[in-house]
Write a protein that binds this ligand. Structure first.
Ligand SMILES: Cc1cc2nc3c(=O)[nH]c(=O)nc-3n(C[C@H](O)[C@H](O)[C@H](O)COP(=O)(O)OP(=O)(O)OC[C@H]3O[C@@H](n4cnc5c(N)ncnc54)[C@H](O)[C@@H]3O)c2cc1C
Length: 511
């Protein structure tokens, strides 16, 4: 995702990947509503949807509790998220990258690095032995066991795992009636038996009695096995039999992996010319399916900032704002997964945990609490602190339907260029505002939209400045308000009238 963002901005990049071929492992099970919006902003959501596993409109969840979370009050076009196995998502992103002329250097292992004031030199090992690559910046997206983190001695504070579980893709030869035939709310996909808990759902349309499934389970056996022990077919059969009975039969174990709820986060997302994103920056329990989403949204935050920095057009402090903005978001997800782990902790029949669960279930049914949890779990409630009390500023821009001189469009379509957008809704023909390179000025009228017709929280606002990652960084009402300082803060010095899309035309106007 990050490589795609940098390529979109015209930055020359190299992507190094240890695996010679894609893993084909489902791992992350899907993307949440905010990530759906993010992919729509880059024109990638259709490709993701085409590969998605069909599911019933089920709503999100908190700690697997039997209360569907309704994200619609957050005014999103994608309230249900997308059930998309991670390998499929990775293919969508790699196709996108290929279309931009960037090839992933597969089978290439980063084994050493040296950094000075001018750049970063990395030693890579591949089919033809070792070689050296040089870049002005290095972004470590090399996963929870990050080589880069270890090579530079970056600390990774947190705690070790408290549980041991297995995630696997399996083909079933036969299944009992208790095996879910379709994907609905997570609470209907989870079952316990014989000391095990198990979450399973089909990865494709299930036939009458067979199918490809993702299973996630834990039990006494998993607690005793070492992390590196390979997941075996017999281990999966024992868990399946305990939870779904002997009539549920394994045909093939495609792959299996162990995971825990180890929870850690690097203390700095930037260390000079080296930055961290995704699991290299944070690991946590997979409960709630946050890992993939967090990583994609890290990339969306970092991409345009790093591009501006490399292209020497970034205002002071822009690149450092990656840490300032994303570290608290990562910390919040870590806290949220910890809280859910407590609520789901074995033994599930423990009276005090059950009492706590009952209270949370009751609360989650209250509309305000449901909205709160839906916002938290979907990533839609995120509001960065830009030091502005206007509730719109720092929040995501709702994907309104718009009409410009060029015709009908949406906010997400306007953002596909990877530019910032100074969007004027109503008011005089055009407010005169010179914009820096990389900011499009758009004059539009909001048309009836499935996500509402008004800007939302900010009364009277008729102009917003939207960053390339889709967050509002300024809102103004009327001709006396000026985005000049926000443009300067986020995009640097105004270089001219900027590119104008569907505007009434105030080219060259000076404030
Ligand atoms: C069993 C399991 C189940 C999970 N379930 C979910 C889920 O349901 N929902 C969810 O959102 N998340 C889930 N996750 C987490 C999710 O898979 C991760 O959050 C996600 O993969 C992070 O993406 P990433 O790109 O940051 O890191 P990774 O996907 O780990 O990618 C890092 C890449 O870097 C490469 N690499 C590593 N070291 C080097 C090196 N030295 N040189 C070159 N390349 C290198 C690796 O080969 C790898 O391809 C699960 C994870 C596991 C293990």
């Amino acid at each position: 995702m990050l490589a795609g963002e940098l390529a979109l901005a015209g930055v020359a990049i190299e992507v190094i990947e240890r695996q010679a071929v894609p893993s084909g492992q489902s791992r992350g099970g899907g993307i949440n509503p905010r990530t759906s919006e993010v992919l729509a902003m880059r024109g990638l959501l259709d490709a993701a949807n085409q590969r998605a596993v069909r599911r019933e409109s089920a709503g999100g969840h908190f700690a697997g509790l039997p209360v569907p979370l309704d994200a619609r009050p957050w005014r999103t076009r994608h309230p249900n998220g997308v059930l998309l196995p991670q390998d499929q998502l990775e293919e969508v992103l790699e196709d996108h990258l290929r279309a931009r002329g960037v090839r992933v250097r597969r089978g290439t292992d980063l084994v050493g690095l040296a950094c000075d004031d001018a750049g970063v030199e990395v030693t890579v090992s591949g089919g033809r032995g070792e070689s050296v690559l040089w870049g002005s910046y290095l972004v470590a997206c090399d996963g929870g066991h990050s080589t880069v983190r270890k090579l530079i001695g970056m600390d990774f504070p947190g705690r070790a795992g408290t549980l041991a579980a297995v995630s696997a893709d399996v083909e079933l030869a036969a299944m009992s009636t208790t095996v879910p035939r379709s994907v609905s709310h997570i609470s209907t996909l989870t079952r316990t038996g014989g000391g095990y808990w198990m979450l399973m759902h089909p990865l494709e349309e299930a036939g009458e009695s067979t199918g490809l499934y993702r299973v996630v389970f834990g039990g006494p056996e998993q607690e005793t096995l070492p992390r590196q022990a390979p997941v075996t077919a017999n281990e999966v059969i024992r868990a399946l039999t305990a939870v779904h009975g002997a009539e549920t039969k394994l045909k093939t174990l495609r792959w299996g992996s162990r995971f825990s709820d180890a929870t850690r986060q690097v203390s700095a997302y930037r260390c000079g010319r080296i930055l961290f994103g995704g699991d290299a920056a944070h690991v946590h329990s997979p409960i709630g399916g946050q890992g993939v989403n967090l990583g994609i949204q890290d990339a969306m935050n970092l991409g345009w900032k790093l591009a501006a920095h490399i292209q020497d057009r970034a205002p002071d402090g822009l690149l450092d704002s990656y840490h300032t903005e994303r570290h608290p978001v990562g910390a919040r997800v870590l806290a949220m997964t910890r809280a859910q782990t407590v609520l789901m902790s074995p033994p599930p029949e423990a009276d005090d945990v059950r009492a706590l669960r009952e209270i949370i279930i009751t609360l989650a049914r209250l509309p305000d609490a449901n909205r709160y949890l839906a916002g938290l779990m979907s990533g839609l409630d995120l509001r960065y602190d830009f030091g502005d009390s206007d509730p719109l500023v720092g929040a995501r821009m709702v994907d309104l339907s718009l009409e410009t001189e060029d015709g009908l469009t949406t906010v997400s379509t306007l953002l596909r260029s990877g530019h910032g957008v100074l969007l004027q809704l109503g008011g005089p023909a055009s407010y005169p505002t010179p914009t820096p390179d990389g900011v499009d000025r758009v004059i539009a009228r909001v048309v009836d939209s499935p996500v509402g017709v008004a800007l939302g929280a900010s009364p009277g606002a008729d102009r917003v400045l939207i960053r390339p990652d889709g967050y509002v960084c300024w809102a103004g009402a009327g001709p006396d308000s000026s985005p000049a300082s926000a443009l300067h803060r986020w995009f640097g010095r105004p270089a001219g009238p900027g590119r104008s899309v569907g505007s009434g035309g105030d080219e060259g106007a000076v404030p």
